[in-house]
Design a protein. Structure first.
Length: 256
């Protein structure tokens, strides 16, 4: 009996449905009301399990906005999702996706849902616009490339760093190379000249994480007020019915 797999028409899509962003300033507009992070935490906490509350609390100190991941023209959604999972696992919050105009994205039946909701995702149409914006924000741009590159372990990841990963077949674009502050590569000693993109990403992220531990004593570095806002958003994203809960609570207060 044949498996359910995808038909040829279902194997590709022209859009990427990754929309999550993280708010780091101000109050939150929800259920027709403005909420501070403190209010949201206090209101939603009774609806979460102790295990989830403890998990969120233990994860937050390891989060950072100072390592940003940039996926340029990746065409396999399964690979994008895998890179996201690795970035989230190491606590790297900013994730930039540079889309390729009129590109078809290969769907994957093995996508693991969920990791993207813990990240700060931004989509771009132009490589230069993305990388110049990151530079303006104080990031050094490290582009993965084979030629003219230094070993990845020599990069100083204690500085705010944007790690650019290129297309699965063609690598990074000339525009990305032009904007690069550093070209870096994973040293390889075999006949194979490259890793699968998700494997390469995990190796690079591990180097970034351990370098930060060695030089800074920790990788996570969220300011207290930002951490509180991220925590509130993680509460919201844990509860499928968070806004309905808030509406109900507001309604009860109005009826008192």
């Amino acid at each position: 009996m044949k498996g359910k797999g995808m038909t040829p028409d279902e194997r590709f899509t022209f859009s990427l449905d990754f929309k999550n962003t993280l708010q780091t300033q101000g109050d939150f507009s929800l259920a027709g009301h403005m909420w501070s992070a403190t209010e949201l935490l206090k209101t939603l906490k009774p609806f979460l399990t102790e295990e989830r509350i403890e998990r969120i609390s233990s994860v937050l100190p390891q989060r950072t906005f100072n390592i940003a991941v940039v996926g340029e023209h990746l065409h396999d959604i399964g690979n994008i999702s895998a890179v996201m999972r690795s970035a989230e696992s190491f606590g790297f919050l900013p994730f930039h996706i540079i889309e390729q105009q009129q590109a078809k994205y290969k769907r994957s039946e093995r996508i693991s849902k969920g990791s993207e909701k813990w990240l700060d995702i931004t989509k771009w149409k132009d490589t230069k616009a993305c990388l110049r914006d990151l530079k303006k924000s104080g990031y050094q741009v490290v582009v993965t490339a084979l030629e003219g590159s230094q070993p990845i372990h020599t990069v100083d990841f204690s500085k705010p760093t944007a790690i650019v990963l290129g297309n699965e077949k063609t690598g990074v674009s000339p525009e990305a190379l032009e904007e690069a502050d550093i070209r870096a590569a994973i040293p390889m000693n075999g006949f194979t000249q490259s890793f699968n993109i998700s494997v390469a990403a995990a190796i690079i992220f591990y180097h970034a994480y351990t370098d930060r531990l060695k030089k800074l004593g920790r990788s996570g570095d969220l300011p207290e007020d930002v951490a509180e806002r991220i925590e509130a958003q993680y509460y919201l994203r844990t509860l499928d019915s968070a806004e309905e809960i808030l509406k109900s609570i507001l309604q009860k207060k109005q009826n008192q």
